[in-house]
Design a protein around this ligand. Sequence first.
Ligand SMILES: *Cc1c(COP(=O)(O)O)cnc(C)c1O
Length: 384
Amino acid sequence: MTDSPIATLARPEARPLPAYNAGLSNEAVRARYGVTDIARLASNENPFGVSPAVRQALAGVADAVGNYPDAHCTALRQAIAERSGMAADRLVFGNGSEDLIKILCEVFLSPGDLVVTQRPVFGLHEIYPRMMGAQVELLELDAELGFDIDAWCAAMAKAPKIAFLPNPSNPVGCMMDVAQFARVLEATPGSTILVVDEAYYEYALHDEDYPDVLAMLAARQGPWIVLRTFSKAWGLAGLRVGYGMADSAAFVQLLDKVRSPFNVNLAAQRAALAAWSDPTHMRSGVATTVALREALRHELKALAAPGGPLQGLRIAPSVANFLFLDIGRPNGPVTEALLRRGVIIKPWKEPGFEHFLRVSIGTEQDNARFVQALLVAMAEPVAV
Ligand SMILES: *Cc1c(COP(=O)(O)O)cnc(C)c1O
């Protein structure tokens, strides 16, 4: 592909960046495939809706939008500080936690710096470092589609500037347990900024071996930040609110210099505060999703047995709100067949993972539709 004239003006780091694979909108799928009813299982969204408190908070927003939002998210900051026990000045807020990943890269990375993360990769853990000219080392999974702790420890010995550790991983869903995280922590030099991305924290808490990373990091000599989001368990993906909990106020002050001052909009702040005030609603949706995930796993496992219609299908371990499946054939035609039946999933496009797809856990009805559509799609002969 030849660069357009405008591309020749771009920074050499920006020009070759891949486009983020953000997935299809319901409208695009309706228009392209002529389906009306859609099972939206591509973006790990929460299908159970927000707390009534969020509806109420948003009802008054129109009267307030003439004013700028609070640049420091004061009310939300206080509420999260109170329940988490984290000092308020160690919290930082983003327009989604994606925003915080970008800010971290902008603050700390110079051309040639080393960044380490997991493969298959959450796109932005690779794209934003490369945008700053960093070298990104992607670590492979082990044979069971879990974290390879030896590989993580070996990579840490190279003293990367930043390590992005997604726990659990997206797209795989696997987690580092207490003992594994302790080993990686031990291997991490004090000069490495350890970023633990806990986008699926609330789901993973259902696993008793999921580490209390904040407690384990408390004793660390070295910089760290843990990222969480309102987009998944709290059901606010459309409003964009994420937050980070850092080792120190000094860390947050650095991020504040680069952060766009009004990065969390007024509606988002109000909605997040209201959602946070109703953890019971959040926990109920999460518990339902975890139960539905296990039900889907069992159903797929039975279908994958020898002689079954999905024989050979591999299901990665997951403590999150999605499953990562090795369907044993190119995912493109299967994705198309699912779309024709109104089921949107995420085919993984990274080299080496073209036989995998990620399906989010939806409602019971959505998941059933996915299984039915997958059975039909996999019964079609593989195109050669
Ligand atoms: C979904 C996700 C995020 C962030 O989402 P935001 O909507 O930007 O808060 C961050 N990291 C991972 C690994 C995710 O899957």
